[in-house]
Design a protein around this ligand. Structure first.
Ligand SMILES: *Cc1c(COP(=O)(O)O)cnc(C)c1O
Length: 418
């Protein structure tokens, strides 16, 4: 097929010259020469983080010692960091807490959702969700005597409208699919779940910091998400939990640790949940990690989510156009939605040697990742990627595939983390 308009590198540079977010790259410390397309798995290091962590360690911990819980505000970090995240997902003040891992938060909110709909027996979710979500859902179902109904992503809306919908306690979905980047219509699905009388629980792991989310506008109930991906909070950064204010008094979450208590330092023998979002907390927060995340979130200061989305779409569209034009004849197939309205900030391609292709790209300084069985996945973090990085990445991909570089034995060696 004749291509009249394959974008050139000069076209990519022109897009960069017009990019209102171009300056945001300086907020990150990136290794020179590397094209990092894995910010959806572990975000890059924002410049303020190292100094902040150093000062929390040496000044606040080393010198302030236990007094820093009060004087350095450690005891309120889960809330202030939660509020910073809340601004990126359209939450109100006091609706987001930074705590625990996404898996743990999912467990807490799922059990709490069941306790708010005690007469309903079904958790509705989708096939192909991120494994941890599926594992937690199955365990909660076993623990609470519920049934899990799994449908294809396109089957969610029909299922909530179907006859058994009065038995659905909670619908739990990941907004942007980790494999393909396919994005659910969050407001529409939320409305449908709620009109069936169910609660809606969103996993925003691959959305937050990459696509605009308006939880207040959507009238959302519950959400969880991850902060080491597009929020750049660092490896193992605390996750977050969102509970709409109107549900907070009802929230009866199962991990009744002392920091979710109304008066932790009264040391009472019985649990009384804190008023507000604090009841979503459990035990003592990881202060060093919270401080790193707090500093990392400053990279979003003054960033318009509309501009962020426009840049993300522009990067993924360029990648798709180049893969179509230059790699189509080498058996590299697009596995992500072509329609930008249904796509998050990542693009995956399918190839029988996806693992080896990703390894060969890494050897060339282009970092993406492999998702079994046959996907090479590329995340486009709009704050620090340039259009010409995308162009160069496809040039490398072409060299790896067309030159069959992926067949070199060293690219077939498997590591523990892919
Ligand atoms: C990354 C991710 C998680 C991570 O869970 P952790 O408990 O923080 O390891 C959970 N769910 C989804 C959909 C993810 O993409």
């Amino acid at each position: 097929m004749a291509q009249v308009s394959t974008p050139t590198r000069a076209d990519a540079e022109r897009l960069d010259a017009q990019d209102p977010l171009a300056g945001a790259r300086e907020r990150f410390s990136l290794p020179p020469g590397l094209i990092y397309l894995d910010g959806n798995s572990l975000g890059a290091l924002p410049v303020g983080v190292a100094d902040r962590v150093a000062s929390v360690v040496t000044a606040e911990w080393g010198t302030g010692l236990i007094g820093s819980w009060n004087s350095a505000g450690w005891i309120g970090l889960h809330r202030s960091v939660g509020a910073k995240i809340g601004r990126l997902i359209g939450a109100q003040e006091g609706e987001v807490v930074a705590a625990d891992s996404t898996s743990v938060n999912l467990f807490k909110l799922l059990v709490a959702a069941h306790r708010m709909r005690p007469d309903r027996r079904v958790i509705l979710t989708e096939h192909g969700n991120f494994p941890t979500d599926g594992y937690i859902i199955d365990s909660v179902a076993r623990m609470c005597g519920l049934e899990v109904l799994r449908v294809e992503p396109e089957g969610v809306l029909p299922a909530v409208g179907a006859t058994r919908s009065e038995d659905i306690a909670v619908v739990v979905l990941t907004h942007v699919d980790y494999r393909t980047g396919r994005m659910h219509d969050l407001p529409a699905v939320t409305r449908a779940a709620q009109s069936a009388g169910a609660l809606m629980l969103w996993d925003l792991a691959h959305s937050v910091g990459a696509v605009p989310v308006d939880l207040t506008g959507a009238g959302a109930d519950l959400a969880v998400g991850c902060s080491y991906k597009y929020l750049n909070g660092g490896p193992g950064a605390p996750a977050f939990a969102f509970v709409a204010r109107r549900l907070q008094d009802e929230l009866d979450q199962p991990l009744t640790g002392w920091l979710g208590h109304q008066a932790p330092f009264a040391l009472e023998p019985t649990y009384r949940p804190a008023v507000g979002i604090d009841r979503a907390q459990c035990g003592t927060p990881p202060v060093l990690s919270l401080a790193a995340l707090d500093a990392a979130l400053d990279a979003f200061d003054g960033v318009s989510m509309r501009e962020l989305r426009a840049k993300s779409l522009s990067l993924t569209e360029l990648f798709i156009a180049l893969v179509d034009a230059r790699l189509g004849s080498y058996g590299v197939e697009l596995a992500s939605p072509r329609d930008g309205g249904h796509r998050g900030s990542q693009v995956s391609v399918r190839h029988p040697h996806a693992y080896e292709i990703v390894q060969a790209l890494i050897a060339r300084g282009v970092v993406g990742d492999f998702r079994a069985p046959d996907l090479a996945r590329f995340g486009f973090a709009p704050l620090y990627l340039r259009h010409f990085d995308v162009w160069d990445a496809v040039e490398h991909l072409l060299a790896v595939v067309a030159g069959e570089e992926f067949r070199r034995p060293e690219h077939g060696v498997r590591s523990a983390v892919t």
